[in-house]
Design a protein around this ligand. Structure first.
Ligand SMILES: NC(=O)c1ccc[n+]([C@@H]2O[C@H](COP(=O)([O-])OP(=O)(O)OC[C@H]3O[C@@H](n4cnc5c(N)ncnc54)[C@H](OP(=O)(O)O)[C@@H]3O)[C@@H](O)[C@H]2O)c1
Length: 371
């Protein structure tokens, strides 16, 4: 039986967990609350960043003596293996906690039910499943990485009401309103990298940085630029702006990238090529994940966005619809996707829709065939 206080505590733990967003990958975001023996709140904590103490340890420390005989309410199954920090299960057992309420099991193969088992074997009462849906949504990037080994990709675009991403002459500034652009800066601040194609760099010369407040360069998301041709000068805003810059190109384009070889600003990622002569996107997204980039915000034109969709590598969208029409002569958001009938439409789930200044923001996740 779950008490009302435990339900409230789980809600709070989920809110706390979010405070680690953008900093915990490849670890999950986790929040925890300790309820003392009498049911009152005694402490809380969250996992601040990868390598920092886990939420359970922070919460136990903050509760002091009141932890004895208390309940730990936590958004993910406690770990039971030695990682950068010790196993949380030992910490929980040694602290004298008598009951643990867990939102969901951790599918990490090193845990995967064994954390719960260890707690039960030590005589603690354990409940699993309270608000598991919310907990899974919170950690969608982490769960996706465990399942697929690749970064989560969110396609962001600003569209006119008739689905155009630019006018006929290729200009797209500004389709979305100022408030929507601020929302994009907040989103950039929460992802590991912003990705675009060289076409957008040449046409719009964007910085793709976070410009909400003064951030140190290390606080900026990495920028990943894809090019087949290498047709970039090196002085574009996206390259000059503070933060890490990665230029990804197919192995066949090596000679065109010579001019960047001595650049201290640009990291060159030579990747296997696909049948179009471009970078194979799956190995690219596996490499980004292995380098600690959990989520990528793709702010590209139709070239790159279409390639991601065709290969089933786009995971969610963030679409701003602006109250304007650009007509049939405007540039469509995507190229051909091979959809010939309604049953082939790419569908979204977990969809939310809200006002964003004078625009509408729709967010949702793609329903993947297989993962
Ligand atoms: N409204 C919006 O939200 C929005 C957002 C972004 C852009 N835009 C508009 O989109 C238009 C640009 O469209 P676009 O299709 O050219 O943009 P894009 O998709 O950003 O860039 C296409 C280019 O990216 C490179 N590329 C794409 N896939 C690649 C792969 N797999 N491997 C290696 N390189 C790859 C190629 O560069 P190379 O040619 O160098 O080989 C390709 O020509 C502009 O008008 C811009 O204003 C609108």
């Amino acid at each position: 039986m779950i008490s009302d206080r435990e339900t409230l505590a789980m809600r709070k733990a989920l809110r706390l967990a979010v405070r680690g967003r953008g900093n915990t990958f490849p670890n999950p975001m986790v929040g925890a609350v300790i309820l003392a023996h009498d049911g009152t709140e005694a402490g809380d904590g969250f996992h601040r960043k990868c390598g920092a103490p886990h939420a359970e340890a922070v919460a136990i420390s903050s509760a002091g003596d009141r932890v004895l005989g208390g309940t730990l309410v936590v958004t993910l199954e406690p770990c039971c293996h030695q990682g950068r920090t010790g196993p949380c299960t030992d910490r929980i057992i040694n602290a004298g906690i008598s009951r643990v309420v867990v939102a969901m099991e951790d599918p990490d193969p090193r845990v995967c039910g064994r954390g719960v088992e260890q707690l039960r074997d030590a005589g603690l009462e354990v409940e699993v499943g309270l608000m598991s849906g919310e907990a899974a949504r919170l950690n969608r990037v982490y769960l996706h990485y465990l399942r697929t080994g690749r970064s989560w990709v969110t396609l962001k675009m600003a569209l006119s009401l008739d689905g155009r991403i630019a006018a006929a002459d290729g200009t797209s500034r500004w389709i979305s309103c100022e408030e929507s652009r601020k929302t994009v800066h907040r989103k950039r601040a929460s992802v590991g990298a912003v990705m675009t194609g060289a076409g957008t760099v040449r046409k719009d010369d964007p910085e793709l940085t976070v410009r909400l407040s003064a951030l140190p360069p290390s606080g900026q998301p990495a920028r990943i630029i894809l090019t087949r041709s290498g047709d970039l000068g090196g002085s574009e805003n996206v390259i000059r702006a503070p933060g890490r810059v990665i230029l990804a190109y197919p192995d066949s384009a090596g000679p065109a990238m010579k001019k960047f070889r001595d650049s201290r600003k640009v990291e060159l990622w030579e990747m296997p090529h696909d049948e179009t002569g471009g970078v194979r996107l799956l190995p690219l997204l596996e490499r980004t994940a292995s380098e600690g980039i959990g989520e990528i915000l793709c702010e590209a034109g139709p070239g790159l966005s279409t390639a991601l969709l065709l290969q089933d590598l786009a995971d969610s969208v963030m679409v701003f619809s602006a109250p304007m029409l650009l007509g049939g002569e405007g540039r469509p958001a995507f190229g051909e996707l091979g959809i010939r009938s309604m049953e082939k439409a790419l569908r979204l789930e977990n969809v939310t829709c809200r006002r964003s200044g004078s625009d509408f923001l729709t967010e949702g996740e793609f329903v993947h065939g297989t993962d």
